[in-house]
Every structure is written in structure tokens, then in C-alpha cells.
Design a protein around this ligand. Structure first.
Ligand code: E4P
Length: 219
């Protein structure tokens, strides 16, 4: 299972990378805006900076929603680094763009997936990743991880190679549910990832080990 971090914040990306568990990064226009990154050249420079930190799998999203625009932007993004995965929205023109990039050997991440039908179409078009949004489905009272299970089953039926990238992760519970179901990748903010580290019995056990060592060594 791969772990991506869902942020454009360079410090958080470095922190996750230094943990030794990071396989990639996902960004989106909202996350870039949150970091105050604006203007074409600054956006490209920021993607380069992210690529300098991690080993692979940096999702960079196109802004255009027409086919020609997505191709032009996607090619420019892909030329930044072989680590770039072009993130394309799940719309009709997006599907065509995914097909185009797949034929050129450029990896895509089809984003804003909210149904199994959308995930099926993205896989058929040749997306390297699909991003079903777990948290946003939960937010409207539907079953986010249920969608992950549905896509795992459908892709398994036909041997699609598209990786299921569970996105919009809000908690460590989401991460574990996705792992149990068999998502290929989760993308999450840093906190749900670091929360997986914690257990009170670990803290208690370590304190006891250190106290016993101190006693035995006369300190
Ligand atoms: C996916 O790649 C998106 O960037 C992200 O996971 C959306 O998460 P949110 O619903 O917390 O904004």
C-alpha cells in the first residue's frame, strides 16, 4: 500500500518524507492556493520544489476543462519531471485527455471520483490512478469507504491496472478502513498519518523499560 501526502506545504512534505513512509504527493488548486502559490511560473516552480523532495508520484492538477487546454497544460506539467502525474478531472473532455496521455506514456490521476461508474470509465481510458473522495462522500451522508470497496471489486473482476487512490481522507480510521478493503494508495494530510503512530500502551511500555533500565544501572 502506498502513502501519499495531500498537501502543497513543503515543510509537511519534508516531514512525511523524513518518516520514511512517503511514496508521493497529491495537490489540487485549493491546496496550492492555501499555500499562497499563484501565477504560472510560481506554480511550476512549486511543483519542481515538491519533486526535489520526494522520489516519485507528484500529482499536479490541470486548470483547463477543455480537451486542448488540458493537453497543453498536462504536457507542460509532465515536462517538469518524470515524477509528475497529471491530475485530470472526471469530465467527458478529461476522459479523452486521459486516453491521449496514456498513449504517450504519461501517467494521469483522474480526480473528483464519486461513483463506481466514473472509476470504471477512468480505468477504461487508461488512468494510472483514480481518486475517489472518501471524506466528501461521508460529508453528504453516504458511505465513502463503501465506494472504495465497490471499485476494488470491479477492478479485480477485470484486472484493471489503474491504482485506486483513496482521497479526501480525514482520519487514521479512514486509512485503516481503506487498507483493510485493499485500496492501492491513500492520500492524506499529515495528521491522520502520524496518528497511526500513537498507542497508550506503547508509551506506557517504553516508560517502564526506561525506568527498569535506570534502576538496574543504578542511575
Ligand atoms: C485529492 O487528491 C484531493 O486533493 C483531496 O484528497 C481532497 O480532500 P478534501 O476533501 O479534504 O479537500
Amino acid at each position: 500500500m502506498k502513502f501519499f501526502i495531500d498537501t502543497a506545504n513543503l515543510e509537511e512534505i519534508k516531514e512525511a518524507y523524513d518518516l520514511g513512509i512517503l511514496d508521493g504527493v497529491t495537490t489540487n488548486p485549493s491546496l496550492m492556493a492555501k499555500e499562497g502559490i499563484s501565477g504560472h511560473e510560481n506554480v511550476l516552480a512549486h511543483y519542481r520544489a515538491i519533486c526535489d523532495i520526494v522520489d516519485d508520484n507528484v500529482s499536479a492538477e490541470v486548470i483547463a476543462t477543455d480537451y486542448e487546454g488540458m493537453i497543453q497544460e498536462g504536457e507542460e506539467l509532465a515536462a517538469l519531471s518524470p515524477k509528475i502525474v497529471v491530475k485530470i478531472p472526471m469530465i467527458k473532455e478529461g476522459l479523452k485527455a486521459i486516453k491521449y496521455f496514456a498513449a504517450k506514456g504519461i501517467r494521469t490521476n483522474c480526480t473528483l471520483i464519486f461513483s463506481a461508474g466514473q472509476a470504471l470509465l477512468a480505468a477504461k481510458a487508461g488512468a494510472a490512478f483514480v481518486s475517489p473522495f472518501v471524506g466528501r462522500l461521508d460529508d453528504i451522508g453516504t458511505d465513502g469507504t463503501g465506494l472504495i470497496a465497490e471499485i476494488v471489486e470491479i477492478y479485480g473482476n477485470y484486472g484493471f491496472e489503474t491504482e485506486i487512490l483513496a482521497a479526501s481522507i480525514r482520519s487514521s480510521k479512514h486509512i485503516l478502513e481503506c487498507a483493510t478493503i485493499g485500496a492501492d494508495v491513500i492520500t492524506s494530510p499529515l495528521k491522520p498519518i502520524t496518528s497511526l503512530l500513537n498507542h497508550p500502551l506503547t508509551d506506557k511500555g517504553l516508560a517502564q523499560f526506561l525506568a527498569d533500565h535506570k534502576k538496574a544501572n543504578g542511575k
